[in-house]
Design a protein around this ligand. Structure first.
Ligand code: C2O
Length: 537
């Protein structure tokens, strides 16, 4: 592979959206940030220089980081953050992966504006497993708040309530025309009749799953989370934060301007949010006027059926060249409840300062002050414990009354996995406050989503229905509201790997844990030593 050098200057930038300006944290002054391009097998070196007042760290979401956990990025998990005025070089090799991923800040709520696309092209001479599109474009979906996003979360933690929902969604940085206040520079995609366009759609939003739709055009889905899928056609995709979806759109014989729309999806919305970001797809030679524009109405916020239709259609390509290597036998079977609860002891100090706590198996994760990977590698005692439970404290059986199962404990606990073990995790939404869809992300691995259901998972009957042939392979999966999803992976990557809900507010509230995968016995089965410039806590 080639060596690719990038420089990320983290700088404040005055930015205007929704007719108002504010200072935001950016990479190189851009929102969204720059796209990183690499090929499979390339070495990527990104020098991140911190010019802002916050501590910074950046995560390359979906990059496996085989033996190079030091470059993964989650603050206090695999590294101490980069302090102001200092820098750190993220150094990793892209092994066995190609497709669209994203990078984002992994500390505080900086991800709101510090994010961008990471495009991994196949090795030279290796074609896509589908007809080569004529053009490719990156489409980054995100959110915009009128106030400073650090203030949004800090006020929420102070009040003990949920943070405000964003004031707008964005497509490549712009909300599109919003009530009497035309956002300048709304995103436009110019197309020509007969040509095909691959859109690399990324959800970089903090707290929302999104629907994405183009008026008058079907999309052929070919890849999710940098893994190829069996192509299928759809008029709407649903995409959770941290997820990516490649679609191919073919421009017809037509002319005109077609609306592109992104709007929130939430199974059981606790906060109503119907704000739709818009962009345009414009046939060359057509001007945008009221009569040339074909608009579209995205599904309503709680359109679970639309979302399920989409996610249930996802299957691994599972071709000769790209086989789905689903673990067929399981060494470690884990059952994790994921959800929100109310801190049972309002006078005690909760882990995150909030009345609302979130947990996995009733453990609310407390961030350490030293990175777990450093503690692990250098055998430092007292930073974390290895007693993260493989099951909830009481058998989970949700019948609508839940107080007995709700009590959480605070802890910085990891769950140990032997190198190369095959692991199954059933992620069960508790639905204690309200059934909620949790897009859960696992660092360091791709996993196969072998099963999914509504209600309580049944260890007797549900595994019989698992798809062990061509389940979708990804790094972030929506746990259905009031239901469960089963994932499988092989623990073939030594290190400390974070797993958490990718709704940032749930991460803040404690819906997170980490796996410790022990070193193997072979020469290539151990964590590499840390780079010299690794930041100190
Ligand atoms: Cu995309 Cu731990 O995050």
């Amino acid at each position: 592979g080639k060596v690719r050098h990038y420089k990320f200057n983290v700088v404040m930038k005055n930015t205007t959206r929704l007719c108002a300006s504010k200072q935001i944290v950016t990479v190189n002054g851009k929102f969204p940030g720059p796209t990183i391009y690499a090929r499979e097998d390339d070495i990527v070196l990104i020098r991140v220089v911190n010019h802002v007042k916050y501590n910074v760290s950046i995560h390359w979401h979906g990059i496996r980081q085989l033996r190079t956990g030091w470059a993964d990025g989650p603050a206090y998990i695999t590294q101490c953050p980069i302090p102001p005025k200092q820098s750190y070089v993220y150094n990793f090799t892209v092994t066995g992966q190609r497709g669209t991923l994203l990078w984002h800040a992994h500390i505080l709520w900086l991800r709101a504006t510090v994010h961008g696309a990471l495009v991994i092209l196949p090795k030279i001479g290796v074609p896509y497993p589908f007809p080569k599109p004529d053009h490719e474009h990156v489409v980054v979906l995100a959110e915009w708040w009128k106030s400073d996003t650090e203030d949004v979360i800090n006020e929420a933690l102070k009040s003990g309530l949920a943070p405000n929902v964003s004031d707008a969604h964005t497509i490549n940085g712009h909300p599109g025309p919003v009530s009497n206040c035309l956002s300048k520079g709304g995103y436009n995609l110019n197309v020509e009749s007969g040509k095909s366009y691959m859109l690399r759609v990324i959800n970089a939003a903090l707290n929302e799953e999104l629907f994405f739709k183009i008026a008058g055009h079907e999309m052929t889905v070919v890849e999710v989370d940098a893994t190829y899928v069996k192509p299928f056609k759809t008029d709407t995709i649903v995409i959770g934060p941290g997820q990516t979806t490649n679609v191919i759109v073919t421009a017809g014989k037509g002319s005109g301007v077609y609306m592109v729309a992104a709007s929130p999806f939430m199974d059981a919305p606790i906060a109503v949010d119907n704000s739709t970001a818009t962009a345009t797809l414009r046939y060359s030679g057509t001007k945008l006027t009221a009569s040339t524009l074909t608009s579209t109405k995205p599904p309503p916020q709680n359109a679970t059926v639309v979302a399920n239709n989409f996610t249930d259609s996802l299957r691994s390509l599972n071709s000769k060249k790209y086989p789905a290597k689903v673990p067929l036998t399981i060494d470690r079977s884990l059952f994790f409840t994921v959800g929100l609860g109310i801190n049972p002891c309002p006078t005690c100090k909760p882990a995150n300062g909030s009345r609302v706590v979130a947990s996995i198996n009733n453990v609310t994760f407390v961030m350490p002050t030293t990175a777990l990977l450093q503690a692990h590698f250098f055998n430092m005692k007292g930073v974390y414990t290895t007693d993260f439970p493989g099951n909830p404290p009481t058998t989970f059986n949700y019948t609508g009354t839940s107080s007995a199962n709700m009590a959480t404990t605070n802890g910085t606990k990891v769950l140990r996995l032997p190198y190369n073990a095959t692991v199954q995790v059933v992620l069960q939404d508790t639905g204690f406050i309200a059934p909620e869809n949790h897009p859960v992300h696992l660092h360091g691995f791709n996993f196969f989503a072998v099963g999914k259901g509504i209600g309580n998972f049944s260890p007797k009957t549900d595994p019989k229905k698992f798809n062990l042939v061509d389940p979708v392979e990804r790094n972030t999966i929506g746990v259905p509201a009031g239901g469960w999803v089963a994932i499988r992976f092989r623990a073939d990557n030594p290190g400390i790997w974070f797993m958490h809900c990718h709704l940032e507010v749930h991460t803040t509230w404690g819906l997170k844990m980490a796996f410790q995968v022990d070193n193997g016995k072979g020469p290539n089965e151990s964590i590499l030593p840390p780079p010299k410039d690794l930041p100190k806590c």
